[in-house]
Design a protein around this ligand. Structure first.
Ligand code: KPL
Length: 346
């Protein structure tokens, strides 16, 4: 099989680099300065054992590959807000022997949330979901890092929304040889919804910094509880915290790596890079959407979604709102009452 990594950033670059490191055939897809650096200097992967350089084919779209191969696996690893464009670009690509990528090739969504899989199913016949526990960082063009040890990450994999097949088992076997644990599961969506609850903290981290103060951790628990109540109301199953802990154990322990910032989740990185967009509409926004569909109020997730989008749009620095201020806004959002304001100057 040949893996085409659509979006070779933090997650995609690490998956592609690790697969290449174990001898798999990998093509990276990137744009702009990252594309040029990958083409000119190779993929530089910083991991606990050092910096590994992988010289891999890199393209900016399907046309550069001519016809796709029947044994190609498309791995979608762009941010959810970029999924539609990527799916529309790669879906119609011709495959040797006839038909298009959307008709013939497996598409593996290695992304947060569940929206990309839903979008993909509109076009692609064979969609696989991955629950991505993979702490990784885009450092600069051509360079990504993954600080997990002894494993780089844990990637539950299955047909979306449920089911398994031989392709899932083959992909998982390749990942297992490449520093990942990749359980093939018949209920991948259940794992992804559990991960979605954890990712509700991405916006909090992006707005007010890492969730390591008591105040921030308490706020995150409320945001998560709001999300869990919505999933319960919607009848959506999710792996519980204990189940997740049992799987994760201490298999992905973070070690300090050069150039890898504190905080550093994917939304934090989006703000730090000044990309102008953030994934909040598909993380906290998924809870907002389900809350509206099922009549459950979601003031905290709506607040974080709105603030994260504002930070991204206005290119504000990640973590620059004091936690106390965010907690005050959260109180206002829940009670509908404004907190005390500083006195107006004369
Ligand atoms: C859990 C983590 C940090 C890595 O998989 C993540 O999901 C993210 O940063 O979005």
């Amino acid at each position: 099989m040949r893996y085409i990594i659509i979006g070779a950033g933090a997650v995609g670059g690490v998956i592609g680099g690790r697969l290449a490191g174990s001898g798999r055939d990998v093509v990276l897809v990137a744009r702009g300065a990252h594309f040029e650096a990958l083409r000119d200097h190779g993929l530089r992967l910083r991991v606990p054992e050092g910096e590994l350089t992988h010289r891999l084919p890199v393209v900016d779209g399907p046309a550069a590959l001519g016809e796709l191969r029947p044994d190609d696996v498309l791995v979608l690893a762009v941010k959810t807000q970029d999924s539609v464009a990527a799916l529309q670009t790669w879906g119609p690509a011709p495959v040797t022997g006839g038909g298009t990528a959307a008709e013939r090739l497996p598409l593996v969504c290695a992304q947060n949330g569940v929206e990309s899989q839903r979008l993909a199913l509109r076009l692609f016949r064979r969609v696989y979901g991955v629950c991505v526990w993979l702490p990784s960082t885009y450092i600069e063009p051509g360079v990504v890092s993954a600080a997990g040890r002894p494993l780089t990450g844990i990637l539950h994999l299955g047909r979306h929304p449920h089911g398994t097949d031989e392709t899932a088992r083959l992909i998982a076997a390749d990942l297992e040889k490449s520093h990942f644990e990749a359980p093939v599961v018949a209920d991948v969506a259940r794992w992804q919804y559990a991960k979605l609850l954890a990712n509700l903290g991405n916006a909090l981290e992006a707005v007010a910094g890492p969730v390591d103060s008591e105040e921030a951790a308490a706020l995150f628990q409320r945001v998560r509880a709001e999300g869990a109540a919505v999933l319960d109301a919607a009848g959506i199953a999710y792996a519980d915290a204990e189940e997740q802990r049992a799987v994760l154990g201490d298999k992905v322990t973070l070690v300090p790596l050069p150039g890898t910032p504190r905080g550093g989740g994917s939304s934090w990185q989006s703000l730090t890079r000044g990309t102008g967009t953030i994934e909040a509409d598909y993380l906290n926004g998924e809870i907002t959407l389900l809350g509206r569909l099922h009549g459950v109020p979601t003031p905290l997730n709506e607040l974080l979604q709105r603030l994260a989008n504002t930070f991204a749009r206005e290119r504000r620095a990640a973590g620059s709102m004091p936690v106390g201020e965010l907690v005050g806004l959260a109180e206002e959002a829940v009670t509908g009452r404004r907190g005390p304001r500083p006195p107006q100057s004369a």
